[in-house]
Design a protein around this ligand. Structure first.
Ligand code: A3P
Length: 321
């Protein structure tokens, strides 16, 4: 740790805030809305994290396929250890930088200067983050590490988030109305939002530094997992080799599929996910795992509204959704 300001926290009272849902407020920092539970971790990562050239960083906006990609990246990088997916949930295998005991909330003590990564000794470290590129640019550009970004169509992402939040205990008494979720999403007032700025930040990184940043969509992965897993392995510099490459890839695709992954006892657990200061149960990361489910929830009017926004934000930049 290069300085002793590790615990210099952001002063929440100085930041713009807005109610997200229930009693939950979000705080605006660097153009993005963050939950109070993650904001100090985000600040610490931006200030102190120095990726090694061998590091793999999975970046994503929430509910776009993070859990799936964690399983895939873990399996691609640690081929002989992929059985661990049957006994550990993907979030334990690939921790969030801004949570857990990496850069998250305590065990830090203001008087102790510790390097939170000193215990992490894997041959190739894989981390994940929901942080937008705009807040991580200096960190990522200072390193030759590999960044994988997954994104998902905005309507399915929104529906997935809405279901996810409604699984929280407090939502049982007062569910989050769908119309409010739509309104917040469209205005960008969501954890790590705006979604559109998040996606475009990493999209541009991928275009500018294709050797260091790989951009993939949930839908591409669903449509052709075999090719995309091979592409990921090539990108990470560990292509499949030897006999029966197709068979090796098929095995990884299968062991990380929604059906197989969600069938493991460890992923059916109602336990709160360890290391994350939010009431998220392990099984809440697995719901339907499909494409186009938004059609069951959205009126034509809402679809029209989001599509218009998507055209405005993405299409002028050559990105289709
Ligand atoms: P749905 O709510 O649409 O089912 P994240 O991991 O970023 O929180 O995203 C969660 C979404 O990914 C959920 O979508 C979840 O069901 C889906 N998901 C989880 N594991 C998956 C897998 N192995 N394959 C495909 N989708 C998966």
């Amino acid at each position: 740790m290069e300085d002793s300001s590790f615990d210099l926290e952001l002063e929440l009272s100085s930041l713009p805030r807005e109610k997200w849902w229930g009693d939950h407020y979000l705080f605006q920092h660097g153009g993005f809305w963050l939950m109070p539970e993650s904001i100090q971790g985000v600040n610490r990562v931006a200030k102190h994290f120095r990726p090694l050239p061998s590091d793999v960083i999975l970046a994503s906006y929430p509910k776009t396929g993070t859990t799936w990609l964690k399983a895939l990246l873990y399996s691609i990088v640690n081929r002989s250890y992929k059985h661990r997916l049957t006994v550990e949930n993907p979030h334990s295998l690939v921790p969030f930088l801004e949570f857990f005991d990496i850069y998250g909330t305590p065990p830090y003590e203001s008087t102790t200067v510790v390097d939170p990564l000193s215990d992490i000794n894997h041959s190739r470290r894989i981390f994940s983050t929901h942080m937008p590129y705009q807040l991580l640019a200096k960190t990522l550009n200072s390193s030759d590490c590999h960044v994988v970004y997954v994104t998902r169509n905005p309507k399915d992402t929104l529906v997935s988030s809405w279901h996810f939040v409604n699984k929280w205990d407090e939502a049982r008494e007062e569910p989050w109305p769908f119309e409010v979720a739509v309104e917040k999403f469209c205005r960008g007032v969501t954890p790590y939002g705006p979604y559109y700025d998040h996606v475009m930040g990493y999209r541009n990184l991928g275009l500018e530094r294709p050797k260091n940043a790989h951009f993939v969509t949930y839908e591409e992965l669903k449509n052709d997992p075999q090719t995309n897993v091979k592409n990921l392995a090539e990108f990470l510099g560990c292509p499949f080799e030897g006999e029966d490459v197709e068979g090796q890839v098929r095995e990884i695709v299968k062991s990380c599929s929604f059906e197989v992954l969600s069938s493991h006892e460890v992923n059916k657990s109602e336990d709160v996910l360890a290391g994350v200061p939010l009431p998220l149960t392990v099984n809440s990361f697995f719901r339907k795992g499909g494409v186009g489910g938004y059609k069951d929830h959205m009126s034509d009017e809402i679809v029209g509204k989001i599509d218009a926004l998507t055209r405005e934000k993405f299409h002028s930049l050559g990105f289709m959704y």
